[in-house]
Write a protein that binds this ligand. Structure first.
Ligand SMILES: CSC[C@H]1O[C@H](OP(=O)(O)O)[C@H](O)[C@@H]1O
Length: 349
């Protein structure tokens, strides 16, 4: 499975898999500087909470490589400028700010030369990427244990290798259960308007040879009520201290339908997605994206929305914790009361 990002030591550049072109084309784009990384995050060349954090970390490494500063103080000033640009790329996934702040903290350690500081930046970005893969595999083990042989699972958006440095979060759990020999059938929410499910999750499941059917987002209630669906799995972009989950738009409606039909709901995410500073999900900033992502639908090359039409395009919504059965992190499966058990799972490790 091709990785969503690769660092090239020889050229001090970051290669990103252009997820806007999948599944039709598998193409990498080269980022030589941090502003290109910021643009790639904003236009969703690279997307998915954990991987945009890793991409931003390498954006900071690029800022160090590209800096003309010859002193550590001068380089630190350049890194602060880069940090502000990278953090501003997208507002909702807390992994982005977390990764950049961690890089800035690393930049504050004593270094004898600007070159030494640059090497520290590159090493820290690589460590963040490596930790994400290890975290995802641990999470996948815990998540896979919740999946039973024969389950049909609804999965929302894309949370696989493409949304992380490798392996994935919710889709990582599904992949792990499959590799353990459990027979699974996935109903892939297409996830309008950017179609991360229909384009990216379906493409990944083909690579893993996991059976699936794509459904439109408004079909999930029907299948949940039919009794066919045994579990719902999705990821997260930011989780508040009380366990409210902010995730791709449509997650809230999916969770409401699951709760009404008694189907368990599992949110799978690394602890770097938890924002303990926020008491509830109502405080999470929701990214509003260009309305053209909603309006620009074409059928047979013909735009289907009226000229001049307007659209709302919130990229995420918040699912209150009472609709969620359990939270799955690399530190284990967390059950209610989330306001007590989630901080403990995050802080005790
Ligand atoms: C591994 S969780 C990824 C998380 O990020 C996605 O958002 P986007 O595609 O806009 O970056 C979606 O909310 C996923 O659940």
């Amino acid at each position: 499975m091709v990785r969503s990002l690769e660092w090239d030591d020889s050229s001090c550049t970051l290669q990103l898999l252009d997820q806007r072109l999948l599944p039709a084309q598998v193409e990498m784009v080269t980022c030589e500087n941090y502003t290109k990384v910021s643009t790639a995050i904003q236009n969703m060349t690279v997307r998915g909470a954990p991987v945009i954090g890793a991409a931003a970390a390498f954006g900071m490494a690029l800022a160090a490589c590209q800096s003309a500063q010859t002193t550590t103080e001068g380089l630190r000033a350049d890194l602060k400028k880069a940090a502000d640009v990278l953090i501003a790329s997208r507002p909702t996934a807390v992994n982005l700010a977390w990764a950049v702040q961690r890089m800035l903290k690393k930049a504050s350690v004593p270094a004898s030369t600007a070159d030494d500081l640059t090497q520290l930046m590159i090493a820290e970005a690589k460590l963040i990427a490596q930790e994400d893969v290890e975290t995802n595999r641990r999470m996948a083990e815990f998540g896979a244990a919740l999946i039973e042989d024969g389950d049909t699972i609804i999965h929302h958006c894309n949370t696989g290798s493409l949304a992380t440095v490798d392996w994935g979060t919710a889709l990582g759990a599904i992949r792990m259960a499959h590799e353990q020999g459990k027979k699974i059938h996935v109903l892939v929410d297409e996830t309008r308007p950017r179609l991360q499910g229909a384009r990216l999750t379906a493409w990944e499941l083909d690579q893993y040879q996991i059976p699936y059917h794509i459904i439109t987002d408004n079909m999930s209630g029907h299948f949940l009520r039919s009794g066919m669906v045994k579990k719902v799995f999705y990821g997260a972009d930011r989780v508040a201290a009380n366990g409210d989950v902010c995730n791709k738009i449509g997650t809230y409606m999916l969770s409401l339908a699951a709760k009404t039909n008694g189907v368990p709901v599992y949110a799978v995410f690394p602890t770097t997605t938890v924002d303990l500073n926020l008491k509830s999900g109502d405080l999470i900033p929701i990214e509003e994206r260009d309305q053209e992502e909603v309006l620009g639908i074409e059928v047979n090359g013909q735009r289907v929305t009226p000229q001049g039409a307007k659209a709302f395009n919130p990229a995420f919504d918040v699912t209150p914790n009472d609709l969620i059965t359990a939270l799955v992190t690399e530190n284990g499966v967390i059950y209610p009361p989330f306001d007590i058990n989630l901080p403990r799972a995050v802080e005790d490790f």
